[in-house]
Write a protein that binds this ligand. Structure first.
Ligand SMILES: Nc1ncnc2c1ncn2[C@@H]1O[C@H](COP(=O)(O)OP(=O)(O)OP(=O)(O)O)[C@@H](O)[C@H]1O
Ligand SMILES: [Mg+2]
Length: 203
């Protein structure tokens, strides 16, 4: 069956290494974006609507056409994240292709299998035309389903040697190359091509 393919891009790096700024550049020109926004950063960007409750999110995700939503959830984060992932899956499947941005996954996942609807989104979302940017400072603390299903990795400066080793292990990028990255520099690894390239974030 012909599917409209999305991508899963795993973005890794220490605090202030450049993750959010890089993803911000990638979504330029996209008109359908849903962000899990625990630090209330995406909601500040032009064109984004801020949503703070699950009920609002469930209503807005059913909208067809342009949609830029930042979900800044209160209360039980894991529960809100599960709802966000379900809404992304619904919006991608029934309302049109979209980009999903999941900030700091170590808040809401563990190194075990991805929980609930996030797991379903990772396994089935790509064939529904959903492109996912999965972000964490430390992937050793976030879910291994995202790591295992990635189409590409974007590796910024890692905080510690073990963090660099963890990313190297999943990507075949030499650990020395990861250890040498200054802030705002990154290695992008394409899992299909099994090729990596170095680059730098510029403003
Ligand atoms: N438009 C911009 N112009 C200049 N510098 C910027 C711009 N946007 C971000 N920066 C700087 O780039 C650096 C990386 O910021 P970014 O928010 O991407 O970090 P991050 O990896 O997402 O960190 P965290 O894990 O804490 O969210 C910071 O020093 C930030 O101040
Ligand atoms: Mg960030």
């Amino acid at each position: 069956m012909l599917t409209q393919d999305g991508k899963l891009i795993v973005v890794a790096g220490a605090s202030r290494s450049g993750k959010t700024a890089w993803v911000k550049k990638q979504i330029k020109g996209h008109h359908r974006v849903m962000a899990w926004d625990p630090e209330a950063q995406w909601c500040e960007l032009p064109g984004f609507v801020t949503v703070t409750t699950k009920a609002e999110l469930v209503a807005i995700c059913q909208k067809k056409g342009p949609l830029k939503v930042a979900f800044v959830a209160g209360g039980n984060l894991a529960d809100a994240f599960d709802c966000w992932a379900a809404c992304v899956q619904y919006a991608g499947r029934y309302c049109g292709p979209l980009v999903a941005i999941a900030e700091e996954l170590a808040d809401v996942t563990t190194p075990a299998k991805a929980p609930g609807h996030w797991g379903i989104l990772l396994r089935r979302g790509l064939k529904r035309g959903i492109t996912i940017y999965a972000i964490s400072q430390r992937w050793a603390e976030a879910d291994k389903t995202a790591m295992g299903n990635a189409s590409a990795f974007v590796i910024f400066r890692q905080a510690t040697g073990p963090d660099a080793a963890y990313m190297a292990r999943y990507t075949r990028v030499p650990v020395e190359e990861i250890n040498a990255l200054p802030a705002l520099h990154f290695v992008i690894y394409d899992c299909g091509e099994q090729k990596s390239a170095k680059s730098q974030l510029r403003f």
